[in-house]
Design a protein around this ligand. Sequence first.
Ligand SMILES: [Zn+2]
Length: 513
Amino acid sequence: MRWSRILRFSVLSSQYEPILLRTENWELRTGSKTKTLAILLATVTLLSAAPSALPSPDEKHISVYSPVAIYTLPVVDRAGREYVGLLELLEPLGRVRTESEGRRWRLRYNAVDAEFVAGKTRARIGGRDFDFIAPFLLENARGLVPVSSLSGFLPRFLGTPVNFRESARRLFVGDVGIQISFQLDASDPPRLALNFSAPVNPTISTEPGKLRMVFKRDPVVSPGSQSISFDNQVITHASYTENNGNAELEVGANEPLIATFTNNRRSIIVSAVPQGTIANGAPNATAPQNPTQAPSPGAPAANIASGNANINANVNIHRILAVVDPAHGGEERGAALTDKLAEKDVTLGFARLLRHELEIRGFAVALLRDGDTTSTLDQRAAAANVAHAAVYISLHAVAQGSGAHVYTALLPVEGTSKGIFHAWNAAQAPSLPVSRIVSAAIVAEMQKREFPVQGSSASLRPLNNVFMPAVAVELAPGANGVADLTSANYQQRAASAIANAVASVRDCLGVQQ
Ligand SMILES: [Zn+2]
């Protein structure tokens, strides 16, 4: 399947935090009956996630930023030049097919046909010749193109301008750049606000006199001048550099600095560490404790303080856990979408894409199954509840209708909660208002992207049984009929819209009291 290749080459996924699970017994009341649900070990193992490959810091790679996907590609050196795989480059962006025949390699991207010959610089793309700066290479049926030619030929495939910053190995497809602006408040202590045109998720570290932010996945662009000096005694300057697929902002100061995210991660406030809270090892250390604050779960702000080198903002804050549930599985095939295609296979592929999309937006993600395994609806709900997920997303697929249907729970009238026990069939009740916010955000985001969508409520288990905000998304075919259900491009559009929507309401998520 196409998606499996996308996942393999999208090596962006962040490091996994181990998800700590305790086996607990839940006492749940349904009407007069009391049942105790032991959480099976089997359910818990469903949540364990496979470690994902991270590029090593010195390995050369290109970061690609486009409205549909953000990913990195390995760069290889051949005869003194840098090359990338063309299939890996195009596949996350659209529908790609390749075919090789001897030294000829043909590729179709959406409706654009191209033909390459191994060892030749001239290729035919979209009916016209294109001359590469160095020969096209074919290795094990994998077509490699010289990196220096990317900005020349890519627009022929994509139909949109690209901006390739070759020395930085950062490729921007379309209008995706995140702008940065600076604002210094010179009061005492001074504060520097870094404002971004979209949420960002840098890795923040400090060393004496410096606070450094590395943007691995955010398409931030140069603030205009590479270096800015501030007329201030404490915060003296900021500089911007780009290298090997990353952008980096460094703030220089004469005192230890602390950084705080605000405004839904669209702003980072850099200020001097308040007097009396300076970390051990810093000059004038008076406070015994390290000033990094551990925010409460789900809190949007995090303080990254001086004295802690190489703190990853992703790890330091409690990452919001999203549970993605590919419906059906194992014995239980779900709907027969065609003679050969079972719903359970579509939901799994779609779930893996959604996991990736959520991860690149800073979520920790657990799939309730990452293979063809069977679990009951109660087990699924219990697994999400035990994991204390902040949001639960169930995925279904259907052969009828078009686009996507987004559901929230329709609770039974008689289901009420008693004390600290939630009626099992109305466990969702306290979170339902937030579930509706999530659903509305997904509908709005899909409409914005012209993806047909309908939102409604349905008595759809296990939505009723989970404590946290919960939605089910059912993927229906698009313009190409049932074939869309297995199309990476189609699934990707839906997954990216869902992830964007969930990220836009991340501050509301979590179990409601
Ligand atoms: Zn289903």
